[in-house]
Design a protein around this ligand. Sequence first.
Ligand SMILES: Cc1cc2nc3c(=O)[nH]c(=O)nc-3n(C[C@H](O)[C@H](O)[C@H](O)COP(=O)(O)OP(=O)(O)OC[C@H]3O[C@@H](n4cnc5c(N)ncnc54)[C@H](O)[C@@H]3O)c2cc1C
Length: 306
Amino acid sequence: MNTDNKYDVVIIGGGAAGLSAALLLGRARRRVAVVDSGKPRNTRAEHIHGYLTRDGVPPARFLELAREEVRSYGVELTDATAEEVYADRRVCLDDGRMLSARQVILAFGLRDVLPDVEGAESRWGRGLFQCPYCHGWEYRDRKLAVLGTGGSSVQQALLVRQFSGDVTLFTHEMAGPDGETAADLASCGVKIVQGRVRALVAGPESLTGVRLEIGELHACDALFYEPGAIVDTSIVKVPDCRTSENGCVTTDELGRTGVEGIWATGNAADPAAQVIVAAGDSYRLAVAVNAALIEDDVAQARSSLP
Ligand SMILES: Cc1cc2nc3c(=O)[nH]c(=O)nc-3n(C[C@H](O)[C@H](O)[C@H](O)COP(=O)(O)OP(=O)(O)OC[C@H]3O[C@@H](n4cnc5c(N)ncnc54)[C@H](O)[C@@H]3O)c2cc1C
């Protein structure tokens, strides 16, 4: 860590989003610090899927490689939690340090809200999944199910149907589908089971079924569920930094929050961003951040002319 704690860019969050921005900015010879509390969203998954050339890599290995890469360009990685971000772009860490930056990137991800079902916590990422694109292939042609929570559960069931001919939609919290929707599901061979799921049932290695409130046990190898998301923006002490209904930081297409010098990317700004999207969006954002720095460099150079 620099002894003066002054950086061109401080990035809060060292997941795919934060490290991708750090790679570009490090290579652009900016002085960059990444502050990371070490709890990436996909930590419970065994592998990352859908990332070209990295398909099947364990999440921890992916981050290890990314950290090695950014370090090689002089980016400073600090294991700490950012506790407060101020409008003047000072960032207060939980170890008592105060970093100051010309630009701050919020890349602190989100927290998934798991269903109120026994066993959900222990099976998250290991039999209970949020994304069929990420984990459907590994469970192809097996007994699959969707936990109904709302409007998008029907779409999720139809998507899961691409991976197996044996798909069940447990209505759980959603209203039973209307006649038309039920006919759509039936025509694709998706079974509907009315009732609330009480528990996930698992053997030592894997999910084996779900148990309904009424006691029925249904065999199932993987259960898909669209989680709610909580983006914790409480550290951002900048009233003008806006959030959307789901808590995500509101940005323009480049990641500008509307507050001078504060940017947001990855799941902190878009809960639907998978790893490659979080990394790609952050690369583009980092180009814009660097452009803002160049503008500032020019202004400073001109003002220092005699
Ligand atoms: C079970 C599961 C499986 C998944 N599988 C896949 C998959 O196979 N393929 C895929 O593409 N996507 C997958 N995803 C989605 C993937 O997790 C996200 O796309 C990705 O994590 C987004 O990257 P991010 O950098 O925005 O956030 P994260 O990876 O969550 O990184 C955010 C980082 O910020 C840190 N942080 C938070 N607050 C602070 C703070 N105040 N100070 C400092 N640091 C902080 C966190 O500790 C974390 O390290 C999966 C998600 C889940 C839940």
